[in-house]
Design a protein around this ligand. Structure first.
Ligand SMILES: C[S@@+](CC[C@H](N)C(=O)[O-])C[C@H]1O[C@@H](n2cnc3c(N)ncnc32)[C@H](O)[C@@H]1O
Length: 186
């Protein structure tokens, strides 16, 4: 989807996502000592706000000004560095202790480039989560991906977890998530 499409989607309703942080991010971040963090494709900002509220010096990037404006409002006094950027052309110029990419779904070449760039931006731990090929529901199958697709975009990375995990949802069958954690040592 283009930036205009995402702006339209965000603008059509008061809130698209739950406002709660993604559970696999909370699980991973709680096992680490807080440092710097980057949220790639942050949407309405729930993950970035949670990270910043738990001691992480957080930068959050999305190309949708509508989503970023909503995220800024939701953050209130919580300090997050919000950046508007098209990740399709992202060349990282610094590294973060924790990089999180949650549900970035785009045409495969763009998604692979973003996952690769996210690894280049990682000084410590990279968490990538996506709707798995077996996920029941949107996004369409052609932009879903599995753990092997994520791992293939991270050549040279030390993969510490690569799992397909079910996530319970209210009034819907469980979501099926592809979850990969990679680590850069030293
Ligand atoms: C499915 S949402 C996920 C939002 C958030 N990570 C979450 O889990 O709630 C995907 C987000 O990626 C953003 N996005 C998609 N393509 C992008 C691109 N090329 N550059 C920057 N952001 C993009 C969209 O605006 C949207 O906010």
């Amino acid at each position: 989807m283009s930036q205009a499409n995402w702006d339209e989607r965000y603008g059509a309703t008061d809130r698209v996502w739950s406002g709660a942080p993604n559970p696999w991010l909370v699980e991973v971040a709680e096992s680490l000592v807080p440092g710097s963090a980057l949220d790639v494709g942050c949407g309405e900002g729930a993950d970035a706000i949670w990270l910043a509220g738990h001691g992480w010096a957080t930068t959050a990037v999305d190309f949708s000004p509508v989503a970023l404006s909503r995220a800024r409002s939701a953050a209130g006094d919580v300090s997050v560095r919000w950046e508007q950027r098209d990740l399709a052309t992202w060349v990282p110029d610094r590294r973060f202790d924790l990089v999180s990419v949650q549900f970035f779904h785009a045409e495969p070449a763009v998604r692979e480039a973003v996952h690769r760039a996210a690894w280049q931006a990682t000084a410590g731990v990279l968490l990538v989560v996506g709707h798995d090929l077996a996920h029941p529901g949107p996004p369409p199958e052609e932009v879903r991906y599995g753990v092997s697709d994520i791992v293939a975009a991270l050549p040279g990375a030390e993969i510490v977890r690569a799992e397909t995990r079910e996530r319970p949802r209210d009034a819907a069958p469980p979501a099926v998530d592809a979850v990969v954690v990679a680590r850069r040592r030293g």
